[in-house]
Design a protein around this ligand. Structure first.
Ligand SMILES: [Zn+2]
Ligand SMILES: [Zn+2]
Length: 147
């Protein structure tokens, strides 16, 4: 499964007759540029200054629409908090317990893949969440310790 480009995603919506309004387009662009899996609230807060007419409802509805059309994925690594992912090809997530950031982890790093696939089953989505301390926080902890 290859990652769709922004142009392909937008063209796909057009083909399905979905109107790509300026606000919808801005939300998709924002997700492309923000690979750390923003929440709907993050998206709203970031775009509201640029698009004063933007409402939270529009952000939520747009994310639902994109999800339905397979343009974004919802990442539910945190309880009661949905994050959105522009990257729709299968991959895993690493959640830093210190800063709360969510990083992508490649499929090739997953052991069952290396061991020869999934017994002939066709994988459509894999959910494996990894928790720990991210590289940036490890560096910061190191810096804090050195006087
Ligand atoms: Zn961190
Ligand atoms: Zn991701």
């Amino acid at each position: 499964m290859r990652q769709m480009t922004l142009e392909e995603k937008k063209a796909g919506l057009k083909e399905k007759g979905v109107l790509l309004t300026i606000q919808r387009s801005a939300i998709l662009d924002f997700l492309q540029d923000n690979t750390q899996h923003p929440t709907a609230e993050d998206i709203y807060q970031s775009l509201q200054g640029l698009y004063p007419a933007l409402s939270r409802a529009t952000v939520y509805n747009t994310l639902d629409l994109f999800k339905q059309h397979g343009l974004v994925r919802e990442v539910t690594i945190e309880r009661n908090k949905a994050h959105y992912d522009y990257k729709t090809e299968p991959h895993h997530h690493f959640h830093c317990r210190h800063c709360g950031k969510i990083y992508d982890v490649g499929m090739e790093e997953v052991i069952f893949e290396r061991q020869g696939g999934l017994n002939g089953h066709k994988m459509e989505e894999a959910r494996l969440y990894i928790f720990g301390t991210c590289a940036a926080c490890v560096r910061e902890e190191g810096n804090a310790r050195t006087p």
